[in-house]
Design a protein around this ligand. Structure first.
Ligand code: ATP
Ligand code: ATP
Ligand code: MG
Ligand code: MG
Lengths: 264, 264
């Protein structure tokens, strides 16, 4: 199983939109995909049309040992399952703060999971707290969505530092799989310049012994496209909502790139 | 002094851009403005060209009692001061977790502040944790920047709930001053529809006894404008960087609306 945490502490850069639409694209191509929504805002859960009724167990109940992963997971489409989030999860940061081994709870629960998938995609909140750490400890790869704006570069080094620390102390197999340029304002100089800076940054990192030494910036850029922002209001992926839009085209292409590992 | 927390747990909706450019506009009109950067990402600090050298005290040192506000504050332009943030602040959430009265620390420090200002603007991180709570307890008003996308409505009720709880238990004078529609994609149906939903929501709330009963949606919408995203890379407000852009026009207009309290 390829397990991927989609993270960036910067807000509103396309983490959720990427998890939902890459997950949907992979599922459409016949792969079994499980999405875990690790954000108390539960936007991936809503976006996939799976908003939890109060009695439905969420990832919160799994992390606090009240339910197993299987009991919190629901199928939302062919080949596509989601373990939803709920508001309760906001309490997790405080409740888990003093639990020994608190960064490895999700990894342990996944270890006990009886179902198998081809892809596991974890949607992280905009922070580097205990929820994101649980994702980083549980997976083999990280994808970082980035909006090609100036401040994106500034946050990147802190992000990589966090990945490096987790790889060194808690999860030696963790690697940065790639950077996804999202919300790309085509035809603006800013997007082109920042994207170029990001590409050069990772080219310079090659051959070192860091967890991002083999990281790539995916060739596919996700262009800004209002359809991507409209789809969540119908609880649909971009492929259900606007199949021939730029947004669908770009995420379909990105999913193919992820599958083949091309762009490396 | 008019003290305003600019908050929204949703990421990337324009909190920082609004704090920096409204602050700069108010300062240009002759008012004394103090910005407090309460986000560990320190984007407001960077944007105002005030990135902290390691020896410079930040808001972290103020909250942990190591320095006074005056020692952490720097002037960045005529009439414009900033109390900067730094990476240390990320530790604050954990360090302050068990301190009694931890939500009132900023209010107490402001109470000890010897300098006076016309406006205090606090930039909050994308969360409802201890840092945002400190802002809500310390101020008289809240502004909520909103990107007119579907998920914006979903997060709004949780936000208002938080404001209501703080007003009830910790800060009786707290009011929602207004909602700022940011990153407005002009000519899209989605922006128009969500904006209309937000306006109707607050119209329906009038006459009740909630802290948002008199809240307004500011008439000024901040349109999407690439100049606003470019300005931070030069450490400049939009007025220094691109004075005649749509972004400058919109933020100038918003600052005027804030000053006159028009739109109510
Ligand atoms: N390429 C795009 N074009 C237009 N709108 C987009 C695009 N990608 C995402 N959006 C919209 O922008 C907003 C922010 O995106 P999203 O929620 O995926 O970011 P996020 O990183 O998950 O945010 P958060 O940090 O709050 O979790 C959403 O309303 C989404 O629908
Ligand atoms: N109206 C706009 N048009 C174009 N770009 C904008 C606009 N407003 C903000 N931006 C850019 O969008 C990105 C997100 O904005 P900003 O950082 O102000 O949001 P935020 O709510 O403070 O994010 P966070 O939740 O991470 O603190 C920034 O790169 C900013 O420069
Ligand atoms: Mg998200
Ligand atoms: Mg910000």
């Amino acid at each position: 199983m390829r397990s991927i945490a989609v993270m960036n502490q910067k807000g509103g850069v396309g983490k959720t939109t990427t998890v939902v639409n890459v997950g949907a694209a992979l599922a459409e191509s016949g792969l079994r995909v499980c999405v875990i929504d690790l954000d108390p805002q539960a936007h991936a859960t809503l976006h996939l049309g799976s908003d939890l009724r109060p009695e439905q167990p969420s990832i919160y109940h799994v992390l606090t040992g009240q339910h197993r992963l299987e009991e919190a997971r629901r199928q939302v489409a062919d080949n596509l399952w989601v373990v939803g989030s709920s508001l309760d999860l906001a309490a997790a940061e405080t409740e888990l703060a003093s639990v020994a081994g608190r960064e490895a709870i999700l990894r342990d629960k996944l270890g006990e999971d009886s179902q198998t998938f081809d892809y596991l995609l974890i949607d992280c909140p905009p922070s580097l707290g205990i929820l994101t750490l649980n994702a980083l400890v549980a997976v083999g790869e990280v994808f970082i969505p980035l909006q090609p704006h100036f401040l994106a570069l500034h946050g990147l080094s802190k992000l990589l530092e966090t990945i490096g620390r987790v790889a060194a102390r808690l999860n030696p197999r963790l690697k940065l799989g790639g950077v996804v340029l999202c919300m790309y304002d085509a035809n603006t100089r800013l997007a082109a310049e920042v994207s170029q800076d990001v590409v050069e940054f990772f080219q310079a990192a090659r051959g070192q012994s860091t967890p991002w030494a083999e990281a790539t910036v995916f060739q596919t850029r996700i262009r800004r496209n209002i359809r991507l922002a409209e789809a969540p209001s119908f609880g649909q992926s971009i492929f259900q909502y606007a199949r021939s839009s730029n947004g669908a085209e770009d995420y379909r292409e990105l999913a193919a790139e992820i599958r083949t590992g091309s762009g490396r």
